[in-house]
Design a protein around this ligand. Structure first.
Ligand code: NAG
Ligand code: NAG
Ligand code: NAG
Ligand code: NAG
Ligand code: NAG
Length: 485
């Protein structure tokens, strides 16, 4: 048996990025249908769609649109009006950018073994297109990356960093070939393309990754600790409840990180479904000896349909000094659902629905699960296959950008770290989901999801800038941006 303390899977990592030098491309989506509700965009060595840069003039606004029927982050520019041309069925949203809520940490995905294996199964140029699609200014500009500590289900086999029986001083601790081949080189390349990435783990991992040029921003105390309570759970898991996690942090993890000089690494609790809130957070954070080591609360999305997002606001109100970060989500994970559905629009909608409702309830960012899976939704050693925003078809040396990728891009590209969520009020009840931000550069960013089959006329009123009179297409997601005063 391995020392269980090294059996951790699934943490977050944030990198500090450098300057990007790749040339700006602006090519169209090459559509391909696989018989689902919408299409994927195919990327090969020769071509890949990139997102048009957002250069804004005062008095203009730009709107990026993705629709079930045709657009993928398509940019259009119009003038801001001084008055609305309202007819009485339209909806007016008033944006008050001086009324602010939480500050945004960022958006991202996970560098699992599976993701690395799939990416490396493409030729070099196609690998670059894939990483650029996520992390470069040509892509959707992810700013977060999550790194499982040792193996998880999205590995080809279980392993820890020290599988020597009885080695409690971790003398045999070592990164594995998975880190050295599938994770570190891929993360280094993503860091190199990004202008602004942060990176997560326990100190040995933190130190070993640091030696490889990857500075970790934070870590979670354990991935999905409640999985460990399930009899016969099929993959790597270790049980904590709220009291044992509190004591682990208070007596063991917190003091160790501090003693090793890692007290600036952001420690997150829970890293599990929000159904455990607010109790879990209260138990850990109301103990000052544990709370002193903690920066935030990490949540997963899997049981969200059973527990409305306002539980996050309730948790925030009880523990206002700790950020809440969504650290894992994926489609296709429930029994009887198809793991990979190429071109499925509804899965994109389920992502952006979750992102918006989280952001409306004090969540500071959203991190997806595997950044790339194969056509089967793996590899995964327990066959827990799921979907991903990017599916690699190695046989054809291409990858497919799914609707989920574009839905996430509507946030990640436009809501930079440091942005503040701002107040939006509507004049009548409606079925749109909307969330607004002001970025550090005084740019207002509004994301609107229309999951209905009809278009909706709207007016966005920025007290400081005027009116945007527009129409949100049926089954669409849009990002509106403009400079404010
Ligand atoms: C905008 O928000 C600020 C800060 O909360 C508030 O003082 C101000 O009255 C609000 N303006 C409007 C027009 O509601
Ligand atoms: C980083 O990017 C530069 C410029 O594109 C390139 O020359 C260098 O090889 C890259 N380094 C890595 C580790 O990918
Ligand atoms: C957590 O688990 C420990 C060990 O099994 C147990 O003693 C404790 O009562 C549990 N706490 C809660 C809140 O269930
Ligand atoms: C890598 O690609 C080949 C086809 O080129 C495929 O047969 C193999 O299953 C792929 N590996 C994984 C792990 O998906
Ligand atoms: C209102 O303004 C929008 C955007 O400028 C325009 O598309 C629409 O035709 C206008 N409607 C009316 C009734 O003038």
């Amino acid at each position: 048996m391995a020392d269980t303390r090294t059996w951790f899977c699934c943490f977050l990592a944030f990198f500090c990025g450098t300057v990007l030098t790749s040339t700006a491309r602006d090519t169209e989506c090459k559509k391909q249908y696989f018989g689902d509700s919408s299409f994927v965009c195919v990327c090969s060595a020769d071509q890949c769609d990139y997102v048009a840069a957002n250069k804004l003039r005062i008095g203009d606004y730009s709107v990026y649109t993705s629709t079930m029927t045709g657009d993928r982050l398509t940019r259009r520019v119009y003038n801001i009006d001084i008055k609305p041309n309202i007819s009485n069925t339209d909806i007016t949203f008033t944006i008050n950018s001086t009324h602010t809520y939480q500050q945004i940490l960022g958006f991202g995905g996970a560098f699992t073994d599976a993701a690395g294996i799939n990416i490396l199964n493409l030729t070099k140029d196609v690998q670059d297109r894939l990483l650029e699609s996520y992390y470069s200014p040509n892509g959707i500009e992810y700013t977060l990356g999550r790194i499982p500590m040792a193996s998880c289900d999205f590995s080809t086999h279980p392993y820890s960093y020290d599988d020597v029986v009885g080695d409690f001083s971790l003398e045999n601790f070592a990164l594995t070939k998975e880190d050295l081949s599938f994770k570190i080189p891929i993360i280094q390349r993503a860091l190199n393309m990004s202008q602004n990435i942060l990176n997560i783990f326990f100190f040995r991992f933190v130190e070993e990754y640091s030696k490889n040029g990857i500075q970790l921003w934070g870590l979670t105390a354990q991935n999905e600790p409640t999985d460990g309570a399930i009899e016969g759970f099929s993959f790597q898991a270790m049980y904590f409840n709220e009291t044992s996690q509190r004591d682990f942090i208070k007596l063991d993890l917190g003091p160790t990180l501090k003693a090793r000089g890692h007290k600036d690494v952001k420690l997150m609790i829970l890293d599990d479904n929000r159904i455990m809130l607010p109790r879990w957070a209260e138990t850990v954070l109301q103990d000052p000896d544990a709370a002193q080591y903690v920066s935030g609360i990490a949540v997963h999305w899997y049981l969200n349909s059973f527990i409305p997002a306002n539980i996050l606001s309730i948790t925030h109100d009880k523990c206002p000094d700790y950020f809440i970060l969504s650290t894992e989500a994926c489609a296709g994970s429930f029994p009887l659902t198809k793991p990979v559905m190429l071109g499925n629009w509804e899965r994109g909608e389920s992502y952006s629905h979750d992102v918006i409702t989280d952001l409306q309830n004090w969540v500071t960012g959203w991190v997806d699960w595997n950044i790339a899976l194969n056509m089967q939704g793996g590899p995964n050693w327990v066959e827990n296959f799921v979907d991903s925003p990017v599916i690699v078809d190695a046989e054809n040396d291409v990858f497919y950008k799914q609707p989920m990728y574009y839905h996430l891009g509507h946030f990640s590209k436009f809501v930079e770290p440091g942005s503040m969520r701002v107040d939006v009020k509507s004049d009548k009840t409606n079925d749109l989901l909307i969330v607004a931000f002001i970025t550090n550069k005084k740019r207002i960013t509004v994301v609107i999801l229309n999951s209905e089959n009809k278009a909706v006329k709207i007016h966005l009123y920025d007290i400081k800038s005027g009116y945007i009179n527009a129409e949100v297409p049926a089954r669409s997601i849009q990002t509106y941006t403009w400079m404010t005063k």
